[in-house]
Every structure is written in structure tokens, then in C-alpha cells.
Design a protein around this ligand. Structure first.
Ligand code: KE4
Length: 426
């Protein structure tokens, strides 16, 4: 038994599924997860001495790659001054100023410790500000594990949702309506039937949690219009896309301004940070100014803030995004060529440096389309790529990420590996 397997056996005795987040357990691709020893740049090393080019990047935060020197230095320096105070610090002000300067719709921002907290708090604020209870979300979009967001579509398009997890009360799930992504007509129908009850629509402006699915032309503008007309709020969950698809996020890339934005991942540079923010008149309803309560012992933690600031400092250079775009495009091209050569149905969706190859004929424009993928073939592809030194997301319904630490050679290696791996035999 290798060291990863013995660690996994030990882990399963004391941690549910042996992991601290379900998707890490490889259940979407079969097999057992490797345990990480360390990582640097675009490489990740397991405890058995194997090295992989990492195209997961911790599910999105590591846009600069692992152990980026500036980030490590910032965290070490901060740690020497103390690790948490429960009192305000200058770094929190600086990070809030950077975020609100970068994200067009954010006058004010509150730092929290995860994307889940950000989305949960934004939902509560929307309900408090509008004094309405109903939330609209999209099939296949994920916004963390707050109860109101762990729901699945009810029977009909505009009906209320059902719980999508044990422990979520049906009564709470019924306050969320779920509709297909990119289906503006379905959203308009829901607003015709329930507009007066709807507090907010929450959307990943570029979906990442069904695999990467870009917004179709007019979709985000349409959501902006229908929510504004109904007095509901539009929430962009940019936990993945924030500082990923542009320095100002998807709202800058697509030119649509939401009322509230959720952030996470990249703004923490690999340490636990989330954030939510938006227009001043909304954010001034958050405690201690207003009645919408939200709090956190480690919110604005000095080490996480230092890592976030160091990351955003590097990202201020537009050339970084030019390079991410070029590498992302090359990887998309390489995956497509591999599938064509092997005569395998593969639909590659990409926005900037986030992309997904769906093992099905295209187009993939929503979750129903993504679910047509051959997930067994994705599992074989995942392991065949791993065997060739390339680490991808352990699920067909997730994103692959290129970082600033990846070289042209890394991308060429992944494309060459895919040329064999896409046709991995059952
Ligand atoms: P966290 O609570 O995991 O920091 O963020 C939740 C969240 C919110 N919004 C979006 C758009 C997200 O993608 C996420 C978390 N993403 C998942 C996978 N894409 C994290 C991986 C995991 O669950 O382990």
C-alpha cells in the first residue's frame, strides 16, 4: 500500500469520506485521492513522490500558482506580527479599497472567510433590504452550502425547489425557485408569476460548477432588466470569476452591474477569504449600521488579507490576463484537436483561463446539456491524464484552471497527454 492509500485509510476512520470537502474524494472519477506533500508554481507533489502539472489550482484560488514567492513572503511577515486580533487592521482597509476599486458595482465590501459565507450573507442582505423572501437560482450553479442554496428544481419551471441535501427543511427550500441557466424566458415567467415575492436572483455570471458554461448573449443584461423592473436584487456570485476572467470580474468582462457581488478564492490567494459587497445604500443595512446581522471571528484575518493583497498586486498588471488568455486558448485548442484526432465527442467551453471539456456533443449551454456528458469516459480521461502527470478537476462538472505559473511547455504537455487520454479505453 503506498503512502497516499495508507493516509486515506487513516483519514476515513476519523474524517467523513476521508476528506474535508466531498469533491476531493474522487467519487466523481473513481479511484482514491492522492495526498499532497507540497506544491510550487504549476507543480503539485504527492506523498509518494509523484509530480503533476496542476490544472486545478485548489478549485480556483491559485491564479498565481502554488507558493508564489510574493504571497509566501507576505504571509510569513504577517504571521510574525500575530495571526488574528479580533480587532480591525490596516490590511483590511487596503484590501477593501483594492476590491471596491477593481469591481465596478462595489461601493462597500464586507470580508468573511469563505464563498459560502459570502453567498449566505448576500442572500440575507437581499431579503432584509427588499423585505421579500423568495430567491431565484439556476440549475447547476453552486453558491456554497447555505441551506437556501442547497436545493434542486421542483417539478415545473416556475415551481419552488426541493431540498438537495439532507437537513434542509422543505419549508425553506420552497422559498427558492430554480430555473435553467441561460434561459431568460424562464426567469421572465417566474417574475410574471411571483415577481412581488422575489428578493433576488443569484447567478454565477460564468457558470463554473456545472463545468464552464458562458452566459449567452443577452442573458446577463436580461437578468439585470427583469430584476430592476421587479424591484428585486441581482447577485453575481463571482467567487470563481472574480479577478479570474478579468481584474474586475465577469461584471467588467460582460459590462453588467449587479446589485451585490460575492467573492472568494483568488482574493484570499489560497487562504480563507470570502467577501460580499455592492451599493452603499445596501451595504449600510449590514450590522453594526443596519439590521442585517453577519459576523465572523476570523473575518479579515491578517494572514489571509496579506495573501490576498499580494495576489491582487500581481494581478494589477494587465499583461497577466493577456498571458492567461493565450495559455487558456492554446489548451482549449489542444483539447479540441485531441478529441478530433481520436474521433471522440468533446465540447470545450472556455472563458479566459477557466475551461471544461465535456464528453458529449455540443453545444453545452446549461446543466441539462452538461449532464449529457459521458462521465465514465471523463473518469477514464482524468486517470489517464494523471498517469501522464496532469492533475485536473476530479469531476466532469467542474472547471480546469490555467495559472500565471504555467509555462507554454506545461500546456503543450497537457495537450499531448490529452491526445492519448481522451480515448482511454474502458
Ligand atoms: P467556499 O465556501 O467553498 O469557499 O465557496 C463556495 C462557492 C461559492 N460560489 C461558487 C461559484 C463556488 O464555486 C464555490 C465553491 N466552489 C467549489 C467547487 N467549484 C469549491 C470546491 C469544494 O467544494 O471543495
Amino acid at each position: 500500500m503506498n503512502r497516499s492509500d495508507s493516509l486515506f485509510a487513516a483519514a476515513q476512520r476519523v474524517i467523513p469520506g476521508g476528506v474535508n470537502s466531498p469533491v476531493r474524494a474522487f467519487r466523481g472519477v473513481g479511484g482514491r485521492p492522492f495526498f499532497v506533500d507540497r506544491a510550487a508554481g504549476a507543480r503539485i507533489f504527492d506523498v509518494d513522490g509523484n509530480a503533476y502539472i496542476d490544472f486545478l489550482g485548489s478549485w480556483g484560488p491559485l491564479i498565481l500558482g502554488h507558493a508564489a514567492p510574493a504571497v509566501v513572503e507576505a504571509v510569513v511577515t504577517a504571521a510574525r506580527r500575530g495571526t488574528s486580533y479580533g480587532a480591525p487592521t490596516e490590511g483590511e482597509v487596503e484590501l477593501a479599497e483594492r476590491i471596491t476599486a477593481a469591481v465596478p458595482s462595489m461601493d462597500m465590501v464586507r470580508l468573511v472567510s469563505s464563498g459560502t459565507e459570502a453567498a449566505m450573507s448576500a442572500i440575507r442582505l437581499a431579503r432584509g433590504a427588499t423585505r421579500r423572501d423568495v430567491i431565484v437560482k439556476f440549475d447547476g450553479c453552486y453558491h456554497g452550502h447555505a441551506d437556501s442554496l442547497l436545493v434542486k428544481a421542483g417539478s415545473g419551471g416556475a415551481t419552488f425547489s426541493l431540498p438537495d441535501s439532507g437537513g434542509v427543511p422543505a419549508s425553506l427550500a420552497r422559498l427558492t425557485v430554480t430555473v435553467p441557466f441561460n434561459d431568460l424566458a424562464a426567469v421572465q415567467r417566474v417574475f410574471r408569476e411571483r415577481g412581488a415575492e422575489i428578493a433576488a436572483v443569484i447567478v454565477e455570471p460564468v457558470a463554473g460548477n456545472m463545468g464552464v458554461v458562458p452566459p449567452q448573449s443577452g442573458f446577463l443584461d436580461g437578468l439585470r432588466a427583469v430584476t430592476r423592473d421587479a424591484g428585486a436584487l441581482l447577485i453575481f456570485d463571482e467567487v470563481i470569476t472574480g479577478f479570474r476572467v478579468a481584474y474586475g470580474g465577469a461584471q467588467q468582462r460582460y459590462g453588467v452591474q449587479p446589485d451585490l457581488t460575492c467573492l472568494g478564492k483568488i482574493i484570499g490567494g489560497g487562504l480563507p477569504v470570502g467577501a460580499y459587497g455592492g451599493r452603499r445604500e445596501l451595504m449600510e443595512q449590514v450590522a453594526p449600521l443596519g439590521t442585517v446581522y453577519q459576523a465572523g471571528t476570523l473575518s479579515g484575518n491578517p494572514l489571509a488579507v496579506a495573501a490576498g493583497l499580494a495576489t491582487l498586486t500581481v494581478l494589477r498588471d494587465p499583461a497577466v490576463y493577456d498571458r492567461l488568455e493565450r495559455l487558456g486558448a492554446r489548451l482549449e485548442e489542444g483539447l479540441g484537436a485531441a478529441a478530433r484526432k481520436a474521433d471522440v465527442a468533446l465540447t470545450v467551453n472556455r472563458v479566459g483561463s477557466m475551461l471544461t471539456g465535456f464528453f458529449c456533443a455540443g453545444p453545452v449551454t446549461d446543466y441539462a446539456g452538461a449532464k449529457r456528458s459521458d462521465t465514465a469516459r471523463y473518469g477514464r480521461y482524468f486517470h489517464a491524464m494523471l498517469a501522464r502527470g496532469v492533475f485536473l478537476a476530479a469531476s466532469q462538472f467542474e472547471a480546469t484552471f490555467v495559472s500565471a505559473a504555467h509555462s507554454d511547455a506545461d500546456v503543450e504537455h497537457a495537450a499531448a497527454a490529452a491526445a492519448e487520454a481522451v480515448a482511454a479505453p474502458a
